[in-house]
Design a protein around this ligand. Structure first.
Ligand SMILES: Cc1ncc(COP(=O)(O)O)c(C=O)c1O
Length: 445
C-alpha cells in the first residue's frame, strides 16, 4: 500500500478531497491525515464518524472560550451585516473600543495597539517596532520558543522548525531557557547568561523577546524572580523587553496575561489566539506611551490590508466581554488548581511521567523513558523528522479514550477552554491515564 493510500484508508470523501488539495501544516505530506469535525459545543467537538472528544488543548491552545460563545458569534454576524470591511485608514466603533480595552486589561501603561491577523504577524510587528524605536538591529530570543512562521518570526523562534528556514533574518541570536527539568543550566543561571550575552554584544541589541511562560516548547514556568530580573537586565543594556503572550494570554494562567503572574510590564506585548477565543483571526501588538510617541514624528512603516478588520476586532471586543461576564479568568485559576492536583496523581501513578508543571489552565506533562536520568522519549529533531514518537502514541491513545490532547517534542500540552468543569477534567484525566500506560510500557528496563 502506498503512503497516500495508507493515509487515506478509512477516510471519508471530505477528508480525501482535503488531503488531495490542501497542504497540512508543519508536516511531511505523506503523513497528513485530516479528520473532519462536524460539530463543536462547550469544551467538546464531534468528528464525522460520530466520535466526541473533550478538547483538552483548546485546539491549538487558542479556543479559550470553548466552542459555543454565542455573544462572540452574534457580534461577528452583526458586524458582517453592518460594516463587513473598511480600509485601515477608516475606523469603526469596535476597533477604537478594542484599542481602549486592550490598554485597560494589559499591565502597566501599555497603551497603543497595532492590529494584525495572527500571532506571527503580532511578533513580526513587535520586532520591527523594536528595531525602529531603538535604531538597533539584534534580537535575542531563547532556544525553546515558538514565535511564528514567517521569515522574521521563525528567525526569532528557537525550536527546530527554525532550522529549515535558516540562515533566516540576520541579527537574531538565541539564548538558553529557564528549564529546570531538561537543561544543564539552572533557570537563574540561564538569565545571567543572557546578561553576559548582552554585555558581549555591546550596545547593539534592540530587544529580548520571550514567552513569559513558554507554551508549545513544553510549558516552562520560570522562577518568580526571573521575568522582573530579565526586564532589568534588558533595560541596563538599552534593550526592550517583548513579551509574547500569544499563547499565555487571555486567562490561560488565571490572570489576563502570563506577565501578570510575575508582576511585570513589558515594553511591547504581543497577543492573538485567546484575543478572540479563536472565533476570528486577530493579532495585536501593544506598546508603551514612549514607544507610541516615537512614531508621531517617525514613520510607522508597517501595515496590512486587514489591520483592524472590523469583524475580527468585533470578535475581540465580544470575547473580552465574555471573559469578564463569565468570570473566566478567575475560574481558570480555580479549576486550573484542580487540574494541577489531578496531574500530580498521574505523576505518582505513572513512572514515565517525568514532571508535570504549569499555572492555571496552562499545563504540561513531560515524559521520560528513564526517570532517574530524565531521558526524553521525544527529541528536538523529531519535530522535523517523519514518523511518530511514543509521545504521539500517548496522545493518540488518549484520543481513543475520548480526549484530544496536543503534544510537542516530549510534552503533552494542556490548555482547555476556560469553561471546563471538574467533571470534564476527571473524564480527561482518565483518558490521559490510559495514554500514559503506553509510555510506561515503552520505558527502558
Ligand atoms: C507564543 C507564540 N507566538 C506566536 C505564535 C504564532 O501565532 P500564529 O500561529 O497565530 O501565527 C504562536 C503560535 O502557536 C505562539 O504560541
Amino acid at each position: 500500500m502506498s503512503d497516500q493510500e495508507s493515509a487515506t484508508e478509512g477516510a471519508n470523501e471530505v477528508e480525501r478531497t482535503d488531503r488531495e488539495h490542501v497542504f497540512g501544516t508543519w508536516s511531511y505530506q505523506k503523513e497528513v491525515d485530516p479528520t473532519q469535525v462536524v460539530d463543536a459545543s462547550g469544551v467538546r467537538f464531534t468528528t464525522a464518524d460520530g466520535e466526541e472528544y473533550i478538547d483538552l488543548s483548546g485546539q491549538l491552545m487558542c479556543s479559550n472560550l470553548g466552542h459555543s460563545a454565542d455573544r462572540v458569534a452574534d457580534r461577528v454576524a452583526e458586524q458582517i451585516r453592518d460594516v463587513p470591511f473598511v480600509s485601515p485608514g477608516y475606523t469603526t466603533e469596535a476597533r477604537s473600543e478594542l484599542g481602549r480595552e486592550l490598554a485597560e486589561i494589559t499591565p502597566g501603561d501599555l497603551t497603543k495597539t497595532f492590529f494584525s491577523t495572527s500571532g506571527t504577524e503580532a511578533v513580526e510587528a513587535a520586532v520591527k517596532i523594536a528595531r525602529f524605536y531603538t535604531g538597533k538591529q539584534k534580537i535575542i530570543s531563547r532556544y525553546r520558543s515558538y514565535h511564528g512562521a514567517t521569515h522574521g518570526s521563525i528567525s526569532v523562534t528557537g525550536d527546530p522548525r527554525r532550522l529549515m528556514a535558516e540562515p533566516g533574518v540576520p541579527g537574531t541570536i538565541k539564548a538558553p531557557d529557564p528549564y529546570a527539568y531538561g537543561s544543564t543550566l539552572d533557570p537563574m543561571e540561564s538569565l545571567e547568561y543572557i546578561d553576559e550575552m548582552l554585555t558581549l554584544e555591546g550596545d547593539t541589541v534592540a530587544a529580548v523577546v520571550v514567552e513569559p511562560i513558554v507554551g508549545s516548547n513544553g510549558i516552562l514556568v520560570p522562577p518568580d524572580e526571573y521575568l522582573p530580573r530579565l526586564k532589568e537586565i534588558a533595560h541596563d543594556h538599552g534593550a526592550l523587553l517583548i513579551c509574547d503572550e500569544v499563547m499565555s494570554g487571555f486567562g490561560r494562567t488565571g490572570e489576563w496575561f502570563g506577565c501578570d503572574v510575575f508582576g511585570v510590564t513589558p515594553d511591547i506585548m504581543t497577543m492573538a489566539k485567546g484575543l478572540t477565543g479563536a472565533y476570528q483571526p486577530l493579532g495585536a501588538t501593544i506598546v508603551t506611551p514612549e514607544i507610541a510617541d516615537h512614531f508621531e514624528e517617525e514613520m510607522f512603516c508597517h501595515g496590512h490590508t486587514y489591520s483592524g478588520h472590523p469583524v475580527a476586532v468585533a470578535a475581540g471586543l465580544a470575547a473580552i466581554e465574555t471573559y469578564r461576564e463569565e468570570n473566566l479568568i478567575e475560574r481558570a485559576g480555580e479549576i486550573g488548581a484542580y487540574l494541577g492536583d489531578r496531574l500530580d496523581e498521574l505523576d505518582e501513578a505513572h513512572p514515565s511521567v517525568g514532571e508535570t508543571r504549569g499555572v492555571g489552565l496552562f499545563r504540561g506533562i513531560e515524559l521520560t523513558k528513564r526517570a532517574d536520568e530524565r531521558v526524553p522519549f521525544g527529541e528536538r529533531e523529531d519535530k522535523i523528522s517523519p514518523g511518530t514518537t511514543v509521545v504521539d502514541e500517548v496522545a493518540a491513545t488518549a484520543g481513543d479514550h475520548g480526549t484530544y490532547v496536543a503534544n510537542m517534542i516530549n510534552t503533552l500540552i494542556l490548555a482547555p477552554p476556560l469553561s471546563i468543569t471538574e467533571d470534564d477534567v476527571d473524564e480527561a484525566v482518565e483518558a490521559l491515564d490510559a495514554g500514559l500506560d503506553v509510555s510506561d510500557d515503552a520505558m527502558d528496563d
